[in-house]
Design a protein around this ligand. Structure first.
Ligand code: FAD
Length: 395
């Protein structure tokens, strides 16, 4: 596609939408980003970034800024929440970094979003508009027009639906109804480092796996705070996002785990609850001049810690394809053909990880411990190469 065409419209100003705007700007394309909220921002929690995220940062032109705000952890550590014993860990030092060409890190979502937002604001090619909910679109052979909730119409050459789990754009592209409610309830808290139990202030992304529940913690923001995410498979029937809850309610799903693991939860405060949703992979990402990206295309459970990383890879791939193909239809189809199998694998494996690593009980859990504790560091790297070694675009 040529950069002289009408601007490309992007619905959604989350990590995926901002990454898409930056990727397009790197290739000389103008974009108009339409965000529903009255301000651009992210929730105050943490996010893990595999080496593949750093490959994407470099493509998107924010490599240095992203590297400056990250906490570089030493390990991915798996604990048995019933015995408080380590099952295994993945060492993230030199051998891992050399293998994948980049580090593994954790960051505050606000900091990451801020890096993307500043780069978008600094670009003359990106027009950021808030209070602009996209409710639908229509298109002819030459352009696509986004319909906004207030009645306004905005016309561009393409429309990228980066409007998240509850995407309106997806509903018009696929008409496949609401996402699947997983029945897993996640509670999030961020606590000052001095309030984290001293013997657990590890420089690691730590996961305590117990029957139908797990706890994740890691340091953030230059070690000022710890991110806590605890999840309980309680068959919750309805989707919920960000509802404040008491510590008592959080504790309900964790009374059966080791005292040391329960103690982590007691230090949390201002807990908020999400009932997690995902979807089965669906190949339908494109409708003429409209394409889906990020959670709108492939919403997944967070168990691989890859949703945002995959959204960034989508942005790299989409901008690459648009820059390399004159015909937008060929570019969008190549984007879909490369990204669909990869993201579908992450979606399905995220579910499988929940079932077989995060939440098993009894014999199933003993089998997990036996298999995972027997792996060498080299085997871990081999197992993870397909995801951490990805550059977002092949060839
Ligand atoms: C508990 C938890 C932990 C996670 N941990 C990790 C992790 O460690 N690593 C990782 O990589 N990923 C993680 N993820 C996944 C990651 O948060 C998401 O995959 C990622 O944020 C998706 O980005 P997105 O831009 O596609 O969607 P969103 O972040 O949902 O952004 C969508 C944006 O679009 C806006 N919007 C919505 N509808 C409209 C509309 N109709 N018109 C205009 N704007 C609209 C929204 O306001 C929002 O700004 C986690 C998720 C959860 C729930």
């Amino acid at each position: 596609m040529t950069a002289s065409e009408k601007p490309i419209l992007i619905a959604g100003g989350g990590i995926g939408g901002l990454a898409a705007a930056l990727g397009l700007a790197q290739k000389g394309f103008r974009s108009i980003l339409l965000e529903k909220a009255s301000a651009l921002g992210e929730i105050g929690a943490g996010i893990q970034l595999g080496p593949n995220a750093f490959h994407a940062f470099d493509h998107l032109g924010v490599g240095e800024a992203a590297r400056n705000m990250a906490v570089y952890i030493d390990q991915l550590r798996l604990m048995d929440a019933l015995t408080a014993q380590e099952i295994c860990h993945v060492d993230l030092h030199e051998a891992f970094r050399e293998r994948f060409g980049n580090p593994y890190a954790v960051v505050h979502r606000g900091d990451l979003h801020g890096v993307f937002l500043k780069a978008c604001r600094d670009s003359a090619l990106i027009d950021l508009r808030v209070s602009s909910e996209v409710v639908g679109y229509d298109q002819d052979g030459a352009s696509v027009t986004a319909h906004l909730a207030g009645g306004e119409r905005v016309t561009g050459s393409l429309l990228i639906g980066a409007d998240g789990l509850w995407s309106n754009v997806r509903q018009q592209v696929t008409a496949d109804g609401p996402p699947r409610v997983s029945g897993h309830t996640t509670y999030r808290s961020v606590i000052p480092t001095e309030e984290m139990p001293e013997d657990l202030r590890w420089n690691a992304a730590t996961l305590w796996a117990g029957p139908k529940c797990h706890i994740v913690h890691y340091p953030l923001s230059g070690w000022k705070v710890f991110n806590l995410v605890v999840t309980y498979h309680n068959d919750a029937p309805e989707p919920v996002a960000g509802k404040p809850v008491s510590e008592e309610e959080v504790m309900q799903g964790f009374r059966h785990v080791h005292e040391r693991a329960q103690n982590i939860i007691r230090h949390g405060k201002d807990w908020r609850l999400w009932v997690l949703c995902d979807r089965d992979p669906s190949e339908r990402w494109i409708d003429g001049r409209v394409a889906l990206l990020g959670d709108a295309a492939h919403p997944m459970l967070q168990y691989f810690a890859q949703g945002a990383c995959q959204a960034m890879e989508d942005a790299v791939c989409l901008s690459h394809m648009l820059a390399h193909h004159d015909d937008h239809a060929v570019a969008l189809e190549n984007y879909r053909a490369q990204r669909f199998p990869h993201t579908a694998r992450v979606q399905l494996l995220s579910r499988a990880i929940g079932e077989h690593i995060y939440h098993p009980a009894g014999e199933h859990a003993r089998l997990r411990n036996a298999i995972m504790s027997a792996k060498s560091q080299e085997e871990w790297c081999n197992d993870l190469a397909w995801i951490y070694g990805s550059r977002g675009v092949n060839g």
